[in-house]
Design a protein around this ligand. Structure first.
Ligand SMILES: NC(=O)c1ccc[n+]([C@@H]2O[C@H](COP(=O)([O-])OP(=O)(O)OC[C@H]3O[C@@H](n4cnc5c(N)ncnc54)[C@H](OP(=O)(O)O)[C@@H]3O)[C@@H](O)[C@H]2O)c1
Length: 100
């Protein structure tokens, strides 16, 4: 770890107001943590999940953990072509996409 990343915490994330982030796997694990932190910093978050029930449960958790957050569910199964999902294209064009 170099000096630029040593000691980094989520408090170091700058304001994300005006940005839209689409987070795949957003209903659990690392994806949910990314959703949570970006929502707390003011981003509009598209919480992508393949299962509507798990996605809805994650949105409910987010509402409790980041009450001021601006998030919505994007139902996406990445095992299928984006073109095969009627709602997918608007998500791709709305968001900045990070991968890890
Ligand atoms: N670069 C690194 O250093 C690093 C370190 C750790 C992890 N990772 C990677 O980061 C990712 C997340 O890790 P994690 O520990 O948070 O895993 P996790 O808890 O298993 O979460 C995986 C997420 O991906 C979703 N998913 C799986 N298949 C999908 C599909 N076909 N379409 C849409 N969503 C799908 C799952 O949804 P369901 O709930 O519906 O199954 C779940 O929300 C993994 O790919 C892991 O390999 C990278």
């Amino acid at each position: 770890m170099d000096n630029q990343t040593a000691g980094w915490t989520t408090r170091d994330i700058p304001d994300q107001s005006g940005r839209t982030a689409l987070i795949t796997g957003g209903n659990s694990g690392l994806g949910y943590q990314a959703v949570l932190q970006l929502a707390r910093k003011g981003a509009r978050v598209l919480l992508a999940a393949r299962d509507r029930a798990r996605g809805t449960a994650a949105l409910e958790r987010l509402a409790a953990e980041a009450p001021a957050g601006n998030a919505e569910l994007a139902q996406l199964d990445l095992a299928t072509s984006p073109a095969s999902s009627a709602s997918a294209p608007r998500y791709w064009t709305a968001a900045r996409v990070w991968t890890c």
